[in-house]
Design a protein around this ligand. Sequence first.
Ligand code: ADE
Length: 425
Amino acid sequence: MALKRGHYDVKNLRLAKEGKRRILWADHDMPVLAAVRERFAKAKPLAGRRMSACLHVTAETANLCRTLAAGGADLVLCASNPLSTQDDVAASLVADFGIRTYAIKGEDPRTTYYRHLEAACRHRPSVTMDDGADLVNALHGKLAAFAGDLVGSMEETTTGVIRLRAMAAAGVLKFPVIAVNDAATKHLFDNRYGTGQSTIDGIIRATDLLLAGKTVVVAGYGDCGRGVSGRAHGAGANVVITEVDPIRALEAAMDGFRVMPMRQAAKIGDLFITVTGDIHVIDDEHFVLMKDGAIVCNSGHFDCELNLPALAKRARKVRCGVRGGVDEYVLAGGKRIFVLAQGRLVNLACAEGHPASVMDMSFATQALTTEYVLGNAGKLSNTVHAVPAEVEDWVATRKLASMGMRIDALTAEQSKYLHSFEMGT
Ligand code: ADE
């Protein structure tokens, strides 16, 4: 199983023992993915197919990689974020599971990150799996020469799906993409409960902040924002929502949260969390309004939600690492603003990302969709497609069963009622 040097780039292979323990621990909470792995190991539906994945390199991702490898895939994995890699997991993937992995926590975002992405492209994949569409982007741009064998791709994030839909609308998408993010078995659980819990976890690990009684401003009330605000409220915070979408803003108001523009919220927040997928949601004009000691972080995919270059320009002094993952910006007059994880995903950079139990559904959906894409090579158009309903049903049914829950089935009479218009009301 030993991989040749040059076929991986991880921090230190000696970390593998701890990484393996964490991978196997996560596996206990991933029964649906384990069931897929068991079937894949027998049926080998991905036999000999080259696959490249650009994902957060976590214990949960390692279990997805084990599943794809069990199905016969020849897999290369690279990091989808310079700060989210768990180095012990990356080491174990190489040393214990023979998965070619290119990921180091803290890798240079301008050089090493792209070198690792390039290694994944050079694998000449038949299918790719992305968390933020960086691989697909590279395979449409500078590294297009390695896209010749591609039959399709899967995308894990809201941000990535938005990018890919824009590419499809512009007619430039060169292969079919499946929006795994949009599957109910993914976004209803991963985005809400996963981001909700892990974001609060990351903030607490980084700062040891007591949330009770604090004013927490959550920018964005999509699935992720709903999850984060619900968890902050549950911990006793006074939650304020900022939004640009009137329907979502109304929903937040009727869920019991105060809704206001960021200019107003900036003056009262103790903690700010962005989860919008958009750029400069907290901008220069907002930083100047904040209280001394305000804490600011992001849990959206890219690090552009906070305008940190503007904050750095305004700051008289920046003290990096005043605590692990915390940078202090001192403004004129001595006001301090604390930024977590350099504005990158706080849940993955300061904690361990979404818990395994929720990634179980996301990654079982990913694995089964990979099989679907390969099984339908040449049949899907070059646009963004939905995950097949059978995949979603199977994952949801298995997850319920793994939680010891059963549900009712429609009686023949009920089914007839739902499918007819003649029966009375
Ligand atoms: N995205 C968010 N949490 C994650 C996790 N635990 N593993 C992989 N990708 C993630």
